[in-house]
Design a protein around this ligand. Sequence first.
Ligand SMILES: Cc1cc2nc3c(=O)[nH]c(=O)nc-3n(C[C@H](O)[C@H](O)[C@H](O)COP(=O)(O)OP(=O)(O)OC[C@H]3O[C@@H](n4cnc5c(N)ncnc54)[C@H](O)[C@@H]3O)c2cc1C
Length: 374
Amino acid sequence: MKHYDIIIIGGGLAGLTAAIHLANAGHGILVFEKEPYPHHKVCGEYVSNEVLPYLKSLGINLKDHKAVSIDTLKFSSVKGIVLETKLPLGGTGISRYVFDDLLYKRAVASGVSFIFEGVSSINFKTFVFKVVTVNNKQFTSRITIGAYGKRSSLDKHLKRNFINRKSSWLAVKSHYKLDSFPENQVGLHNFNGGYAGLSKTESGAINFCYLTSYKSFQREKDIERFNTRVVSKNAILKNFLNLAKPLFELPLTIAQISFHPKKPVEGHVLMCGDTAGLIHPLCGNGMAMAIHSAKIASERIDFFLKEKEPNRNKLEREYREEWSRTFKKRLWLGRQLQKLLLNPTVSHWGITLVAKQPWLLKQLIKNTHGQPIQ
Ligand SMILES: Cc1cc2nc3c(=O)[nH]c(=O)nc-3n(C[C@H](O)[C@H](O)[C@H](O)COP(=O)(O)OP(=O)(O)OC[C@H]3O[C@@H](n4cnc5c(N)ncnc54)[C@H](O)[C@@H]3O)c2cc1C
């Protein structure tokens, strides 16, 4: 059975960031990822600029990969109210196809080992983790990071509370070509039961990604009908869907998206990114939080592994506390905003108020985002 300092389960943004950070600090890392790179993922593909300095410190400059600079948010309601505001920190448009792949290549260059197989179980006994893959290969480690995203069979295996609660959201994403779409703009457009993001990526393609409740989707049953009969009730989205040319043969979809609170440490596994908690996509901060949580975990783990007398209770307590201090308020605010936005009466009055008091929108953006991290 091969032994590593650290095993990371999931090679998305959180897992890959932690892998690079910890490999650069001199640790032996094994990442399990169930999909080969590169691949498309359901995501709005708008990255908050708060993570750019830290990514640079890991040797990743998104601008070297033709990522797009975004400084304006355009928001619209079903009833036709349109708001535009400058984004305090701004953001970057880059596809997950390119972003995850460039982190993967960076991780390989830093000496990280990869196994492209799903993990089916993790057990912690006498200070050692035993990790078993779906093909029954077994590995051990001193530390295990859970970075396997929103939902996995591992959550059942670890008996996590949120996994038995109903999750009533699904998401759809596709790339489109539309030359007239402004490069510096991210759109957030409301429709009955959900909202859609629109922004440009490094290839010039526009990412169109939406989140909707099952209740709203179920009535129409297929994506085309849903786009025509529900999404297109918003005039901006109707115009986009009429003019833009789809670049994917079929849109990508994911279901059972859960926004219920989770715990950042379970079964002694340190959880990062969506595995620790998913912020509502309307905040445009999930990727930054995934990267930031990986940084926090990596700093604590590096310290733990280099200590003469490592204290696991202290490691877990301090990670839990720092994670909560950094993200809990943002996650809570995201949940409240989503509730407001999806209640047609309340959202109409809320949006009318924000249209009259534009500083309110800036405050909301500020409170759902973090400060630049080094
Ligand atoms: C509709 C929607 C739109 C969004 N838009 C935005 C946006 O515009 N901006 C933003 O910042 N955030 C956005 N987000 C959030 C963002 O996508 C996530 O927060 C981010 O992807 C989290 O990264 P992660 O590394 O935690 O998880 P992921 O990127 O999901 O990575 C997890 C990885 O683990 C792998 N995996 C899963 N199970 C196993 C297993 N058992 N064994 C091995 N590997 C496994 C998966 O294949 C995957 O590659 C959006 C989310 C949704 C749902």
